[in-house]
Design a binder for this molecule. Sequence first.
Ligand code: 0O2
Length: 206
Amino acid sequence: MLIQETNSHDLRIAMLPYTSALKLVDMYIDTIEEELFTYKSQNPIEHVKSRLKRPSSIARKLEKRGYEPTLENALKYIDDIAGVRIVCQFQDDIYKVAEVIKNFQNIRIVQIKDYIKEPKENGYRSYHMHVEIPVRMLHGEEMVKVEIQLRTVAMDFWASLEHKIRYKNESDVPEHISKELKLCATMVEQMDDQMQHLNNEIEQLD
Ligand code: 0O2
């Protein structure tokens, strides 16, 4: 059944495991924050945002990838129906938090894409973790896919602007804008490096 023809009740039922998975991941991240703060006086997470992908966005992504926009294909091929974005202050914090997530017993790591070490052609930088977590539903337990994105505040600023300008845009963006965005991505990278360096120095003073 095509997504746009699926009635809202059936869509809601299909999304239930993802909604529960998001709640669980939010709770796990809360625990990570509390533990890092309590045991190590560290506060690496600036903020966390979670969202369920909109049906129209799921359908568009399926079509872009050459699949029929059906609910069945969505569940099979779309890894970021449930998405959590963790925004950190510094680059090192991203790897610190990712490490804790990797060691979390209830989270199964499926794939990691490190667009910080290897940025995308357009300059996009972020650390993507495709994970699965067990969710207990009425009919039993199921593994649910969640995409966790980790970024610095600066990367997040760049990505939201770029997303607005280009990522969702079907038509081509003028070349000078793409070039300027790439230039901004380089500046963001330099700033992240410099802020990290400064923070390391400040921590040495303590
Ligand atoms: P939304 O929900 O509006 O953000 P992945 O396989 O997911 O690790 P990949 O291969 O880039 O990474 O997959 P995909 O599906 O293209 O991107 C997944 C999400 O990563 C996107 O979600 C964006 O949030 C973010 N992202 C990836 N590439 C870029 C990019 O070049 N620029 C920006 N601004 N964001 C990017 P959606 O689908 O855009 O939806």
